[in-house]
Design a protein around this ligand. Structure first.
Ligand code: URA
Length: 239
């Protein structure tokens, strides 16, 4: 692939921007500057540097983001800053999008990708992918609330009861709740319908993939093949 095209595919700007960047001597492979925008380079296992920063060529991008509170998942947010302000500009340029959304005040694991099929599969409620949340409530969690969530609660606009896939008490005011749909404000609405409320919401797992302890709020990490395999491995979370 030509260098300028490769950089454009990775989100480094328009073809013209990438050409200028290469001609300015800012593109290198293994520290060797390549200033020809039309030089052919193999993309397999390609690692390169742009202005001294190392990157790996990724035909498609898959990553996890530890979403902090106070950020909207939209690129054009309404009331709060966008999560894209916390991510490299290349991600917006190559149209990396969240896989489903978390509310502005929800924290935790958000998958992101520019692979439309992946986004569809992992955000669709039809696949019944378990998503686990830690729910902090402002009042003591009652047995009745847990029973209601497990039995199914009625949400406005939903013809059928929606039941938690799993629900257990984690503390006096804390629940561990797993749902498999992806409905708007689902957890908050379920809690209210079940007779409780949500003071704080944190997602710590999607499918078989857990938010790692060492990924700080606002941090992101590429998903490597092992992570994608773990994501799809529902043994232990779906039985
Ligand atoms: N359910 C909610 O109510 N909010 C979220 O952000 C995610 C699930």
């Amino acid at each position: 692939m030509k260098t300028e095209r490769m950089l454009q595919s990775q989100g480094f700007g328009s073809r013209k921007d990438c050409r200028a960047l290469i001609r300015a001597g800012l593109f290198s492979i293994d520290g060797v500057v390549i200033d020809d925008p039309f030089a052919e380079i193999p993309t397999t296992e390609l690692r390169f540097e742009v202005d001294g920063e190392s990157w790996r060529y990724r035909e498609q991008a898959y990553l996890m983001f530890h979403k902090p509170a106070g950020y909207e998942c939209s690129r054009k947010p309404t009331f709060h800053p966008s999560i894209y302000t916390l991510l490299p500009q290349q991600f917006a340029n190559r149209d990396i999008q969240p896989v489903g959304r978390l509310d502005q005040d929800t924290t935790g694991l958000l998958l992101m990708s520019d692979d439309g099929q992946f986004i569809h599969v992992w955000s669709s409620g039809k696949k019944r992918i378990p998503k686990e949340y830690l729910v902090q409530t402002s009042e003591t969690v009652s047995d009745e609330l847990i029973a209601n969530l497990l039995a199914g609660v009625k949400l406005d606009d939903e013809p059928e009861l929606i039941a938690a896939f799993a629900c257990s008490r984690e503390g006096d005011r804390m629940l561990r709740l797993t749902v498999t749909e992806g409905k708007y404000h689902q957890v908050k609405r379920m809690l209210v319908a079940g007779g409780g409320n949500v003071a704080k919401l944190h997602r710590n797992r999607v499918g078989g993939l857990e938010l790692p302890d060492d990924l700080p709020e606002g941090g992101w990490r590429w998903l490597e093949p092992g992570d994608l395999a773990r994501l799809a491995d529902l043994r232990g979370v779906a039985d």
